[in-house]
Structures are given as structure tokens and as C-alpha cells.
Design a protein around this ligand. Structure first.
Ligand SMILES: Nc1ncnc2c1ncn2[C@@H]1O[C@H](COP(=O)(O)OP(=O)(O)OP(=O)(O)O)[C@@H](O)[C@H]1O
Ligand SMILES: [Mg+2]
Length: 340
């Protein structure tokens, strides 16, 4: 039985490396490139018994004895039908496209509430703000009252009540960006639950007497018809306190939940590469292509030492590269990396 070991090939666009197969027929050229035909031998589930592995040249495979087949698991990697970088980037882009689509739908009122969660510096605020800016641009030009407000940092329960009142009309959106204090406060959470309830009428009340509200002419109950977006680093399902988790579950059940976590280091680096390649990440720096690649290669090489692998970190390093063209790596090591 003759066998062939593919050193570097592709099957259905997935890489195939160092795998031995039973040979059916040798190297051939077709309209779609060069290939060898081999028995599947159970390597690719749900695929035909005989498959064509694409190779670039005769250097990409070698003929071996049939024994190599038994040794597959010992000497050679199991077939790796792995995601390519391009496929991973498409997958990641799709998730951020969803962020844009969902934000649009929230601005238009089709979606009443959305929670966007994910680690720092991946582009949560950026994506939401970009859509909000687009939506409010015409209002701004026309000098009309803005339909949207982004509240950043902390907010007290009464501040929350006032903001919800101010943006209670059907065409309004309030974005709470990094306002985790309101997600961790009982009174605030109850207000939000009321504001986002799925019933037809969403009435919110402020139960205690407040001179601040009276002064501003804000009633102690009103109907909220607007939409809300929360942007947070909190992982709702990982909260330790059961009471808080129940509360957040109640909020989550009223909202669409978009998790933008990039789980692996590879995904994080690919996201940075992707935004840089789009020509937007370093747009303000007048960098040439090599400078961009330099920064990304540097991050790649030091991924385990960087305090954070994020778009924000890429921009920090870009700042250093611009300010200290000859010494930026050393500066980055000192300021962006954990001690060795
Ligand atoms: N698609 C993009 N194109 C260009 N720059 C981007 C893009 N997304 C994010 N950035 C830049 O990356 C940096 C981090 O993004 P952003 O502030 O949106 O992160 P974040 O996820 O909101 O982080 P945090 O949780 O810390 O608030 C910002 O400087 C932002 O301008
Ligand atoms: Mg943010």
C-alpha cells in the first residue's frame, strides 16, 4: 500500500500539515491548482472517501511507506482543520458589525435596550459612539436638542432618574458607558428594571420626596419610552454575589446582550491587525506601512509581557513610536509591560 505524507497542503481551504494518507493518485494539475488524491481514512469527518489535497509544489509532500499510516497519531499531528487568520478576522468583524447593527436598531427604537460587555480597549465605546454620532449629526446641524446622551463614569440613582426623564421620549437613547455603579446599586437597578420592562407602559417612580427633583420640575413618576445602551466590563454571569446576579439577570432578561470578549490572544492580536489594516487605527499618525507592521510585530513578540493586548495598547505604543522614533521599544518596555 503506498502512502503519501502531506507536509503542507490544504483541504477545503483548511491547512493540512504533516499527515500521512493512503495514496490514490499522485501529483496532478487542475484548473484550480495542483493536488494529490488520497483516501480520507476518517481524517475529515462528513467528507467523501476520496479527497483531493491541494499542494503548491512537489516539495509539499513526500512518498512514505504504508507504516507511516499507523504512525499518524504518534509521529504526525492529527489533521488540523483549523481556522485561518482570514477566517478568524471575518468572524471577529462580524461580531463588531453586529454591535453597529444593534446600536442602529436601538437608536431607531426597534430595540429597547442592549448591554455590551467585553474587556477594556476592544472598541465597545468606539462602535456605539460612531453610530450615535451618525444618528445625531443631522439634529446637531439643525441645532435641535440631541436625541442621545452618553453618560460616562459614575451616576447616582437620582442622577439616573433625572437622565431617564430628560430622555424619556420615544426617539431618545441614553448610553451608560462604564457606569458600573448603577448596575451594582439596588435603587438604580430597580429604576432600570422599570424603564425597560417589556410591558406596553413603562412607568418609573421616585419614591422618596426630593427637593432636587422639585426644583427642576421633574415629576415623581413618568413614562419612559426611550432606549438604553449599557457598556460595561462586567461579566454578568461571572458575578460572585448571588443577590447581584439575580438582579442583573432580571436586567439582562429585559435587554439584548452582546459579549465582545475576544477569548484568545490570537483573536486580540488579529483584531488589532484588522483595524490597522483597515487604515483607521493609526490614521492620525502619518505612519508608513512598515511602521504599522513594526508596532504589530512588536506587540506579537511581547504579547505575554504587555499589561493588556488591546487597541488602546496599540495606540499607546504608536504614541511612543512617534515621540521616540529611535527608542520606542525601550520606552514601551518600561511603560507598557509587566516587570520581567
Ligand atoms: N474600529 C475602530 N477603528 C479605529 N479605532 C478604534 C476602533 N475601535 C476602537 N478604536 C480605538 O481603540 C481605542 C479603544 O477603544 P474603546 O475606547 O472603544 O474601547 P472600550 O472597549 O470601550 O474600552 P473600555 O472598556 O476600557 O472603555 C480607542 O482609542 C478607539 O478610538
Ligand atoms: Mg469604553
Amino acid at each position: 500500500m503506498s502512502a503519501i505524507r502531506i507536509i503542507k497542503g490544504k483541504y477545503r481551504n483548511k491547512p493540512v500539515r504533516n499527515i500521512a494518507f493512503t495514496l490514490v493518485s499522485g501529483y496532478a494539475s487542475g484548473a484550480k491548482g495542483n493536488y494529490v488524491t488520497v483516501k480520507n481514512d476518517g481524517n475529515f469527518p462528513n467528507c467523501p472517501d476520496t479527497v483531493r489535497i491541494k499542494v503548491d509544489s512537489i516539495q509539499d509532500f513526500e512518498y512514505v511507506t504504508g507504516d507511516a499510516m499507523q504512525d499518524n497519531t504518534v509521529h504526525f499531528e492529527k489533521p488540523t482543520v483549523v481556522e485561518t487568520d482570514d477566517e478568524a478576522m471575518d468572524r471577529i468583524r462580524e461580531r463588531f458589525d453586529i454591535l453597529h447593527e444593534m446600536t442602529k436598531a436601538t437608536v431607531s427604537g426597534d430595540i429597547r435596550a442592549m448591554i455590551v460587555s467585553g474587556p477594556p480597549g476592544v472598541g465597545k465605546s468606539f462602535g456605539v459612539e460612531q453610530e450615535i454620532d451618525k444618528a445625531t449629526m443631522f439634529d446637531k446641524l439643525a441645532g435641535k436638542r440631541l436625541r442621545a446622551e452618553v453618560v460616562k463614569g459614575s451616576a447616582t440613582p437620582i442622577g439616573l432618574y433625572q437622565t431617564l426623564y430628560k430622555y424619556s421620549d420615544a426617539n431618545c437613547v441614553v448610553v451608560f458607558d462604564d457606569c458600573d455603579s448603577i448596575l451594582l446599586d439596588d435603587v438604580a437597578l430597580n429604576l432600570l428594571k422599570g424603564a425597560l420592562d417589556s410591558g406596553k407602559k413603562r412607568t418609573i417612580s421616585w419614591l422618596s420626596e426630593s427637593s432636587a427633583l422639585r426644583r427642576e420640575g421633574i415629576p415623581d413618576r413618568f413614562e419612559f419610552k426611550g432606549s438604553v445602551i449599557f457598556i460595561t466590563n462586567l461579566k454578568f454571569d461571572k458575578m460572585k454575589s448571588q443577590k447581584l446576579r439575580d438582579h442583573l439577570d432580571a436586567l439582562q432578561s429585559r435587554c439584548h446582550y452582546l459579549d465582545l470578549t475576544l477569548d484568545t490572544m490570537r483573536d486580540k492580536l488579529l483584531r488589532i491587525k484588522q483595524i490597522a489594516k483597515d487604515g483607521v487605527l493609526f490614521a492620525d499618525y502619518d505612519f508608513n506601512e512598515y511602521a504599522q507592521d513594526d508596532i504589530i510585530d512588536f506587540m506579537h513578540a511581547n504579547k505575554d509581557r504587555l499589561r493588556e493586548v488591546s487597541l488602546r495598547m496599540a495606540l499607546k505604543i504608536a504614541d511612543l513610536r512617534k515621540s521616540f522614533p529611535n527608542n520606542w521599544k525601550r520606552m514601551s518596555e518600561t511603560t507598557c509591560m509587566k516587570a520581567a
